[in-house]
Design a protein. Structure first.
Length: 201
């Protein structure tokens, strides 16, 4: 009789920061809900939007059990919003997604599989597809291994931030995002996390 190894499916927290993105949010959330990887929670954090974003977020949270929403009455900055979500999240991994982005169905499963197989990696990005207003697309690639990334990270961001999945506990350990580094607060977080492991794409 063959014994199969059980598939490890840790909880993944999909974090979507929101600011005046009412026309985009539903599409981003829908792409996460359609993921082939089902053990997820989706956290929407509205950073003091002045459009209908908060209403859209509240509607999505009421409709889907996997979606939770929290909002600020005033704009505090994306780093603050992301840190709030980081502390609220329950997942082993944080999966970043921006309000105007979508993810492939296989994205979360692919990244979780890689991180489990490579536990030394604390943050994992990917190539991305940029789509312009005319519908034309362009694939953008990033450096793949830790050694290459460390050579350029003070000049170029090692990741497209909404493509990154990272270890929540390591991010908390290094203090999360520092809003004073905006708009490079994400890159600063990756550099801090790299004290405790490797980065990869």
């Amino acid at each position: 009789m063959k014994h199969t190894t059980p598939i490890t499916t840790p909880l993944v927290s999909v974090v979507i920061p929101v600011f005046n993105g009412s026309s985009y949010i539903k599409r981003a959330v829908d792409s996460a809900l359609k993921s082939s990887y089902k053990n997820i929670e989706i956290i929407l954090v509205d950073d003091g939007s002045t459009d209908q974003s908060q209403f859209v977020c509240q509607t999505l949270a009421k409709k889907y059990k996997k979606v939770t929403y929290c909002g600020f009455t005033k704009n505090k900055g994306q780093g603050i919003a992301l840190n709030y979500a980081l502390k609220k999240a329950k997942g082993k991994y944080i999966c970043r997604l921006n309000q105007d982005d979508t993810m492939l169905k296989s994205r979360i499963a692919t990244q979780v599989k890689y991180l489990i197989k490579n536990p030394q990696v604390v943050a994992l990005g990917s190539s991305i597809t940029l789509v312009d207003e005319k519908g034309q697309s362009q694939i953008v690639h990033y450096l793949e291994n830790d050694a290459e990334i460390r050579k350029i990270w003070l000049v170029l961001s090692p990741f497209s931030d909404p493509s990154v999945m990272f270890d929540r506990l390591v991010a908390l350990k290094v203090g999360g995002h520092d809003q004073s580094f905006w708009p490079a607060n994400d890159t600063q977080l990756w550099i801090k996390m790299a004290q405790y492991g490797q980065l990869a794409n």
